[in-house]
Structures are given as structure tokens and as C-alpha cells.
Design a protein around this ligand. Sequence first.
Ligand code: ADP
Ligand code: MG
Length: 248
Amino acid sequence: MIRVTGIKKSFHKNEVLKGITLHINKGEVVVIIGPSGSGKSTLLRTMNFLEIPDEGDIFIDNNQIHFDKKSKKRRNDAEICNVRTETGMVFQNFNLFPHMTVLNNVIAGPVNVRKYEKERATEIGRSFLSKVGLSEKEYSYPNELSGGQQQRVAIARALAMEPKVILFDEPTSALDPELVGEVLTVIKRLADEGMTMVIVTHEMDFAKGVGDRIVFMDDGYIMETGSPEEVFNNPKSDRLRQFLYRLT
Ligand code: ADP
Ligand code: MG
């Protein structure tokens, strides 16, 4: 479904991704864990082409996009704009459009990018709002909602584009503790329905419960990868052991 190979990315002299190779199969839920600053967000952003890698390849379905020194200027080329719509992204801070109603947030992509008729987009938008339990909020504005509700709108907005994979970057870390559960429940339900997802999270119990595979990143590398059982109960590297120890 999505495959990244040999991805490198620097910001000025700071090499943040040092050669990342990761394959995600259809229907698989991959959870990325690792210390702050290890490159998790940058990796997700390259998978959505919000950051353009310096080197490497990204395959989405069967589209291969190659990056090298000349690829900086590819950020807005048609090929990238096309494949970008195949990956949905949910951000830590929701990133809803504040001046639009909930429903208009959800249908903006289908209308403006997919070029759907407003009626058809509205039908799709309502079905996904219902899926995240927010049908009654379609005419509300984001600032009238709790953080948990806003994040569920953001999930509905990502789903409404009917992407092949959804990338979640710490979807609950901006939420008050009592609002975390409702968002994790929605994500878990999507996982159970077979949605392909990559999730960066610090919620280790959730990671264990939802992940088919856990990836541990540290210092721009994937240090370890395995089943939740392997990674949490039998970490191989000292770095992972220390990381898990510090969380307990
Ligand atoms: P994580 O999500 O694991 O905390 P990030 O991918 O956000 O890590 O960041 C990894 C490193 O890259 C950090 O040192 C961060 O300061 C740097 N970085 C991330 N984005 C940028 C950017 N747009 N410009 C400069 N440095 C960046
Ligand atoms: Mg991050």
C-alpha cells in the first residue's frame, strides 16, 4: 500500500531522517513510537509530501515517486498533488478551518479537490460525521466544540477524502486527559474496520491494543520494529528499553 525506502531529510545541517525504510500493507495499523525529536513527525510529513525528502523513494499503491537533490522543486508538481490525496493526515492540533462549520470543514476536500457536486459531498460528509458520532454538530463552528470533538471532526474530514491510508500525528496529545478516550475509540473502530493507518502516539496502552506492528524511531533511524508483544515485552536495544522504562 505504502512503501518508503531510503528516505533522508535534513533541515539545514541537521539530518533528521537518516535513511528510513518502512512498508505498510493494506489494512495494517503501524504505530510509531520514540522520543521527542527523533523524526516521527517529519517522517509522517514526508509520507504526505508536506516535507519533500532529500533522497529516497515513496511508493503509494503502485505510484513511485523518486527524490534526489533535484527534487526540491517537485513540491507542487502534478504527480505529487495527485498522490497526496491518497493519504489523509490528522494533526496534533486538529488544524480545522475556524471560519467554516463542521460540515463545511468535512466537505471542503471532496468539493475543492475531488470536484464532487456539493450534494454528493454533503452526503459523504454527513455519513462520516455520523461515523465519528457528531451528526448533531454539523452546523457548529470549531471553537464551539471540545478538543475531542474537534479531533473527531478532523478524522471525519480525513475520511471524507476516502484516502488509501490515514496518518495520525499524536492525535491525542493536545487533549485534556478526559477527552483522549473518545478519540482513541474512533481510531480503534477504524482499525477494526480495516483502515490502513500509521499512528504516532505516546499512548502506549493504545499502541499495544491497536497496532499490528510497532516501529521504534530514535535519532532519525528506525531502531526496532516488531509485533506489540516483541517490542514492549522483549525490547532488543538499550535505547528502546530506556525509552519504555522512562514512560513507566
Ligand atoms: P518528533 O516528531 O519525533 O518529535 P520531529 O520530526 O518533529 O520529531 O523533529 C525532528 C527534528 O527535526 C527536531 O530536531 C526538529 O527541531 C527538527 N525539525 C522538524 N521540522 C523542522 C523544520 N521545519 N525546520 C527545521 N527543523 C525542523
Ligand atoms: Mg512530532
